[in-house]
Design a protein around this ligand. Sequence first.
Ligand SMILES: *[C@@H]1O[C@H](CO)[C@@H](O)[C@H](O)[C@H]1NC(C)=O
Ligand SMILES: *[C@@H]1O[C@H](CO)[C@@H](O)[C@H](O)[C@H]1NC(C)=O
Ligand SMILES: *[C@@H]1O[C@H](CO)[C@@H](O)[C@H](O)[C@H]1NC(C)=O
Ligand SMILES: *[C@@H]1O[C@H](CO)[C@@H](O)[C@H](O)[C@H]1NC(C)=O
Ligand SMILES: *[C@@H]1O[C@H](CO)[C@@H](O)[C@H](O)[C@H]1NC(C)=O
Ligand SMILES: *[C@@H]1O[C@H](CO)[C@@H](O)[C@H](O)[C@H]1NC(C)=O
Ligand SMILES: *[C@@H]1O[C@H](CO)[C@@H](O)[C@H](O)[C@H]1NC(C)=O
Ligand SMILES: CC(=O)N[C@H]1CO[C@H](CO)[C@@H](O)[C@@H]1O
Length: 636
Amino acid sequence: MGWTVCVTWFLCLLVCECLQLAASESVLHGEVHSPQYPRPYPPNQLKKRDLSVPEGYRIQLSLTHLDIKVSPGCSQDSLTVLHDQEVLGKFCGQKNSTDHPDRESILSQSNRLTLIFRTRGSTSELQQHTGFSATYKAIDIDECSKPDPGDGSGPLCSQICVNTPGSYRCSCHSGYKLHLDQRSCLLSCDTAVFDIHEGHLSSPRYPRPSPPFLSCNYIISVESRFNVILNFTDKFHIESVNTPQGPRCLHHWLQVTIPGSEPIKLCGRKSPGVIATNSSTVRLDYHTEDEGLSHGWSLHYSTQSNDCGEPEPLLNGGVTFLSGVQNQYGSVFQYHCNEPFYSLSGDANISFTCEADRKWRSNHRVTPTCIPVCGQPTKLISTYQRIIGGSGAPDNTIPWQALLNIDGIRVGGMVIADRWIMTAAHDLTHNGKAVSNGTVLIYMGHTDLKPLVRTPVYVASVHIHPDYNNPKGGDYNNDIALIKLQDPLTFNSSIMPICLPAEGATNVTDMMGMVSGFGIMEIYPPRITKKLKYVHLPVVEQRICHNSVNNLKKTRDNVPSLTNNMFCAGLPEGGRDTCIGDSGGPFALRDDDGRFWAAGIVSWGVDCGQQGRYRVYTKVTNYLDWINKTMQENGN
Ligand SMILES: *[C@@H]1O[C@H](CO)[C@@H](O)[C@H](O)[C@H]1NC(C)=O
Ligand SMILES: *[C@@H]1O[C@H](CO)[C@@H](O)[C@H](O)[C@H]1NC(C)=O
Ligand SMILES: *[C@@H]1O[C@H](CO)[C@@H](O)[C@H](O)[C@H]1NC(C)=O
Ligand SMILES: *[C@@H]1O[C@H](CO)[C@@H](O)[C@H](O)[C@H]1NC(C)=O
Ligand SMILES: *[C@@H]1O[C@H](CO)[C@@H](O)[C@H](O)[C@H]1NC(C)=O
Ligand SMILES: *[C@@H]1O[C@H](CO)[C@@H](O)[C@H](O)[C@H]1NC(C)=O
Ligand SMILES: *[C@@H]1O[C@H](CO)[C@@H](O)[C@H](O)[C@H]1NC(C)=O
Ligand SMILES: CC(=O)N[C@H]1CO[C@H](CO)[C@@H](O)[C@@H]1O
């Protein structure tokens, strides 16, 4: 316990002795007394003693003994207690009879206190005053009870202050957490990640005002091929401050951060409305301070695919990307059809581009479709056959050939469209009425009967030509019918349609055609072959055929008449080959481009293979309008 006499202190200026002892350590308690205590103190003393206790404490000094020579105002000998330069007390006399009101203890405002003991008088004068003795101890400061200093710094703790020995700490109500400043409480709106494609976000407590000290983060993050769209509601208010530079988001803001671009700070009263971020990730940071008031915000977010998506599939076709990253902005594709069985309608090379609005666009209005290629088998019969009984057709050479089973009776037909079979009307009528569609089964796709009949195709509706009227089997005029299939066919090398006649394809005299079928119209015994057969026969001049029919009529009853809706084909010398072909089957001609077209439908004949007799075929060219109309009226 030493005394420090310090020249820096104004009361000490005259003192020669200046001795700085070791800096007093911070202790929690101690004792101090006058020099030579409890013996009488010496004269001419000026002693200064700095007391200190740890930060966060105050010093309580208690005088346990006081015996200082009394003088008016303690101007002679005294003990002065100071805090900084403020005199807390000046003592002389006996304890309990000082010049000052009796004070058991002195409390400093901080953890420091200074004592100055001063005596005067001559050395000769012997005095018996013993001076003073005091104890001091550290008293915890209750920081929490301190009043708001009123300098704008606010209370120590924004919510709860907890006093601790020598210090204090702040704590928060439930639902809040302590901010990094250890003083403010933040609403617990920790980083929330939204990875669903649509959602709702709003400020804490919305539509009530936002609490202060918010620091809320929201991250919307969806798959990279989607873009986030923010749609703020109209009720939007984040405090902005008017500055000379204009309104500023000073204390409160909602910051929207889109990767790769400058963050945007939102505040004010006007709703930002829709923000198309053009990004799959967006971060929102909502910040409030205790200054100012914001009523908050609310938004709905949605996502939009940022690519054009898969192009519409094309039935019997596909897409070919020409440039760009598949389905993304700027990429270009074209449709193609499954060749050689389908070709693009209109022959147009339509390109589709993925535009900025994430839609596929083309400069054409037409939607491309794949239309079946007709009359072009992948394999051709190379040599003309004129063999009695016809020849077996190689696979895929007559892919339009159909075999019809009508209540057990087998007849022929031909594929003319993916849902349509053409055949003879007389095959589909019974007692003048159309057979019910459930009694008809259709087979296609094989030249061998055995595999052919394994998988039938079913009938949706039967359409007999309205002018066909043949109750007694004597009138084959308009012997044409169409069958609509329940399901469309997908064409391939074994099933393809035959073309319909081109308009104006009227004079076919002498042209060599091809008749095909599974049946041989032998009267005795009727026979079905196991293979598809065909034969090549020329179209006979109508006049010759007329003569043939008229000659027959002279010798026979009930011979049908030849009309201009019919033509004949066959060889004048006759032969059984002319009988090949089921009724309803195709008589095919080839056009200049090599395409097979349906010139005739096997209709009727008298006997078979007789010299001077011909088979008669329905002249399909005469029925184009009806075929078109029937197909259109029944959904193609
Ligand atoms: C934004 O939301 C409003 C209603 O809240 C709605 O009417 C509007 O269509 C939305 N806009 C977009 C682009 O989603
Ligand atoms: C969206 O971003 C893409 C690149 O990611 C850019 O090419 C396109 O121009 C942007 N669109 C808008 C509307 O900003
Ligand atoms: C159509 O486009 C394809 C691919 O770009 C090209 O090979 C073909 O020649 C084009 N055809 C026509 C008729 O332009
Ligand atoms: C049969 O055909 C008629 C029209 O000819 C049609 O109305 C009917 O729905 C068809 N029935 C079945 C079972 O396909
Ligand atoms: C053609 O299609 C039919 C039915 O869709 C199928 O049974 C047949 O095997 C196909 N043929 C070829 C050569 O692909
Ligand atoms: C039809 O064609 C045949 C053979 O090419 C020809 O002899 C005949 O004169 C033609 N008939 C008509 C009306 O053009
Ligand atoms: C059949 O209809 C198509 C349109 O579906 C048309 O292009 C064609 O010219 C028509 N043919 C006839 C003979 O009416
Ligand atoms: C009232 C009181 O406490 N008086 C005391 C003052 O001091 C003297 C001596 O120090 C005591 O004897 C008294 O009792």
